[in-house]
Design a protein around this ligand. Structure first.
Ligand SMILES: N[C@@H](CCC(=O)N[C@@H](CS)C(=O)NCC(=O)O)C(=O)O
Length: 205
């Protein structure tokens, strides 16, 4: 069975949401990053950069055991294996999913994490950094809002690309920035939040 190495952070929830949406059987293996469990030698074989999420599939392509880290790669792997449209088979549709999956993984979350650090976790008050990352996050919500004005989901149909942006929208958009200025993001967020797989992914484990 697929093993999902998880902790309760944005990237952890992305992978868990992808696993729930895939419909594939999986088991959660908690990696408590507050207790530095991500540095365990066995875990570093899965995720050399000591980050969650991680994944092990004893029945990967060709029946081989595979290990994966990076939430974007995990989402794509689960979506492709599920074959249920989360990662579409059509090569043209895939290009748009890839574009927004990379944006979600490399741009959106990476910068949203800095917003979270400077506005919530950094013990030192750094007003310039707070302002900078607040402006950056608002600009990214503007981008998302414009895209979602003409598209039900970021790449057309619901896909792993949406999953890559949902977690930080939920954690920082709804609770900190507020989504009042971004009505299309609000509509998209609420539609995703209502999905049974998403409720399960964000629930107890
Ligand atoms: N680009 C990576 C980022 C993963 C990441 O930032 N993981 C954090 C939690 S959200 C982590 O494990 N931090 C622990 C550490 O750096 O030691 C991904 O998308 O999976």
């Amino acid at each position: 069975m697929i093993e999902l190495y998880f902790w309760t952070t944005d990237n952890g929830y992305k992978a868990r949401q992808g696993a729930e949406e895939s419909g594939l059987p999986f088991v959660i293996k908690p990696v408590n990053i507050r207790a530095r469990e991500q540095f365990a030698p066995e875990y570093l074989k899965i995720s050399p950069g000591h980050k969650i999420p991680g994944l092990v599939d004893p029945n990967g392509p060709g029946g081989a055991r595979i290990t994966l880290c990076e939430s974007g790669a995990i989402l794509r792997y689960l979506g492709e294996k599920a074959g249920n449209g989360l990662y579409p088979a059509d090569p043209v549709a895939r290009l748009k999913v890839d574009q927004w999956l990379f944006w979600g993984s490399a741009t959106f979350t990476t910068l949203a994490q800095q917003f979270g650090f400077f506005t919530q976790r950094n013990p030192e008050d750094v007003p310039a950094a707070k302002k900078h990352y607040t402006d950056v996050l608002k600009d990214m919500f503007d981008t998302l809002n414009t895209r979602l004005a003409d598209n039900e989901y970021v790449a057309g149909a619901y896909s792993v690309a949406d999953i890559s942006m949902y977690a930080d929208t939920h954690l920082h958009g709804v609770n900190n920035i507020g989504l009042g200025a971004y009505p299309h993001v609000r509509r998209w967020h609420d539609a995703i939040e209502a999905r049974p797989a998403v409720k399960k992914a964000w629930g107890p484990y």
